[in-house]
Write a protein that binds this ligand. Sequence first.
Ligand code: NAP
Length: 237
Amino acid sequence: MKTVLITGASRGIGAGCAALFAERGWRVLANYNSSAEAAEALRQKTGCALYRADVADSAQVLAMRNAIEADGLFPDVLINNAGRALFGLFQDIKPEDARAMYDVNLFGTLNCCRAFLPGMISRKGGCIINISSVWGEVGASCEADYSAAKAAVIGLTKALAKEAGFCGVRVNCIAPGIIDTDMNASLSAEDISAIVDEIPMERLGTPRDVAEAAWFLASDAASYITGATVDVNGGWT
Ligand code: NAP
């Protein structure tokens, strides 16, 4: 049975990935941070194993890896999904708020790659899927720091793909467009309608849409794909 570790799996896209991989017979290790109740509900629904850690804290990530290994488990696939939004004019953003966002979206991804890539390299196989964003590709007004963090994740993906490919480890990225999750809960109905007007597929994305792309990248069908960024945005950009 193959094993996937998904960070930020308590809600949204991460929970969607956990449900899909579990349905298709994988052992799912679900990381969460603050949403213990949602994580427990996911465990009851999917049979996943839960591991709490703040991915921004490298010590907690290493402790999570040690706990997973102590359970005799070694992820074949790591999905770096944990993330948070940060909206506002660049000059109005408080440095500490920007730092907290980079700590999760960029350093959280780095921390998990550092913790789990060596094991994949020594086992001569594995797959990392980083969740970036359309904004990491094209930039967003009022989300400059978020766009920068997500662009860095794309750069990291390309570089690690080059470094780890010869060991049979693939590293890819998904760049979602607007996905219907808590992250967009502050958007008004008018905002959503205006966005949908710009999307050729005429709807928001769902966590399942992103999970299907992750499923493909994790599968043997994608065995010659590495360093890629897959857009899941309904043709938006
Ligand atoms: P969401 O519904 O707000 O869920 C965020 C998830 O990340 C939660 O499970 C949360 O866990 C987890 N998380 C946050 N900080 C964490 C930390 N320090 N350590 C561990 N887990 C942490 O967001 P989402 O829309 O599913 O977003 C998932 C990913 O997709 C993010 O990287 C986001 O940037 C990216 N993305 C989203 C969209 C979109 O439109 N929704 C578009 C492009 C990219 P707890 O609640 O347990 O803390």
